[in-house]
Design a protein around this ligand. Sequence first.
Ligand code: AMP
Ligand code: ZN
Length: 499
Amino acid sequence: MSLKEKYPVYLYNTLTKEKELFEPIHKESVGMYVCGPTVYSDVHLGNIRTFLSFDVIYRYLTYLGYKVRYVRNITDVGHLVSDADEGEDKIARKARLEQLEPMEVVQQYTNGFHQVLEMFNLLPPNIEPCATGHIMEQISMVQDLLEKGMAYEVNGSVYFDVTKYNEKYDYGKLSGRKIEELMESGRALDSQDEKRNKIDFALWKKASPSHIMRWNSPWGDGFPGWHLECTVMSTKYLGETFDIHGGGMDLIFPHHECEIAQSVGSTGKEPVKYWLHSNMLTVNGQKMSKSLGNSFLPGQLISGDHELLDKGYNPMVVRFFMLQSHYSSTLDFSNEALTAAEKGYKRLVEGIKISKTLQHSEGNVDGDLEEKVKNAIDQLFTNLGDDFNTAKALAVLFEMTTWMNNFKTGHMKSTGLSSSTFNDLITHYQGFFYDVLGLKEENEGNNQLLDGVIDVLIKLRLDAKAGKNYELSDKIRDDLKQIGVTLKDSKEGTEYSID
Ligand code: AMP
Ligand code: ZN
């Protein structure tokens, strides 16, 4: 029996509000789409938590033997400052302020995003499409929605007609919002006069003369709406109906609600079988966000250069810290929590190191222990299979760590296990640590890690320079100097030395 047959997965579906048995549309393969970042600023730890939650889901489904196609987009146009249909494009705004080409902004923060995810050991997706690369497809979908009477054009902009859609389908079913209440609440906005109803949302927006990110369309020069891009890219790469769609909980409304409306309005089919949403990383109970000024950048975490931190932490400690909670619960970030996580992480790493030195020696099989170990292995799978409960899986890894210590100290003359159970234990103990939870053994004084981290900072500094952000590039150099790391630039590149 294969692992995926032996260990069913149950997941909480935001759409049905129930924990359901996971049955992918195609038996062997899984299609998963996760909303990626809008690349107009550095990613903070809150963003990383969301991407990390889906990284574990991707890893576990792969571990079970599914062939997963994981698509995570880059939003490089259409996400407006208001998170709705008003205001400047976030990227165009940054480009204007920094006097850069919008695509320079996009490149700089996409590079930074990739470096940070690598630092936290997130696997890259199989496809990483960007919105500006799919303008033609977005225009086609707008045309299709117009033909189906689900959208209307006004002054070069096209809006989705929510009321019309709701006559036939159910707008609000994902978020639980009622259309009547939505009609009453909310303020009147600029484009209000253009819209038939204020809950309608833009599929295509006319570009004002000063708007720099613009494309030609049947409705004149304009740019696509933020919700449309995800619908178009997920459909293109995963089909009209696919298995899993994920993102942070803050995207349920309006973003994901609108994605459903666009797909159903166009194809008549439900686009997604399972909607998964991860909860927020908070600081003192408040959502971590750039605009609230309570966000941490990964560099600050490593250097410890932040008022809430006593010292710097290894990215693997942070990863471990995040895995200690269930993805659907909020997680509060604090120095104390990180210090506790560091202890736990180190203990686990010791166990992993021991596990690599152990040899099985034939001896009497201790029936009790054999049973316990088999159960623990099952528990690893059933915990991950229970809506990806990484916290409980870590608890099992700790139980296994105690056995590793016992085996090592010869506490037990032989392991007391049959060789097949011993091999299974080592395989899955290490398999869950490395492959499923995505942890690595790195400790202080590990030069490889230090090399890696400083390389990331050197690259960030280069990106900052390329983006003419000399204030940031100098800050990186000066802050490193302060902790005793000197950067030396030469034709060959940048090297570092430690005082
Ligand atoms: P954005 O670039 O703002 O679209 O955000 C990228 C992703 O990060 C989205 O899926 C958000 O839901 C998620 N996100 C933003 N802030 C937080 C936070 N404090 N905790 C967890 N996820 C977050
Ligand atoms: Zn999206």
